[in-house]
Write a protein that binds this ligand. Structure first.
Ligand SMILES: [Zn+2]
Length: 85
């Protein structure tokens, strides 16, 4: 997933949909907690991707390469197939 996709997933998970799909009668059930935990992870990954993108000009080329591989699926695919850009 890209940073924006992680952001979108976190937004969906914390949006209007019921965080528990098991029909539990009270808020705070384990399913809701798991949904919120997933949303938090997506939000953190979105933040990391945004920081990496925003600071790419200030980090070493090797670090930039590793961050792009980790946060940009298209870049990772290009690198894996030997295409350079
Ligand atoms: Zn539940």
């Amino acid at each position: 997933m890209t940073g924006p996709e992680h952001w979108h997933e976190a937004d969906l998970l914390t949006g209007d949909s019921d965080p528990c799909s098991y029909g539990c009668p009270h808020t705070g059930c384990e399913h809701e907690m798991a949904t919120l935990a997933r949303a938090q992870v997506h939000a953190t990954l979105a933040l990391a991707a945004a920081v990496a993108a925003g600071t790419a000009h200030r980090i070493s080329p090797a670090d930039r390469h590793e961050w792009l591989k980790a946060t940009d699926p298209e870049y990772a695919a290009e690198q894996a197939s030997g295409v350079t850009r």
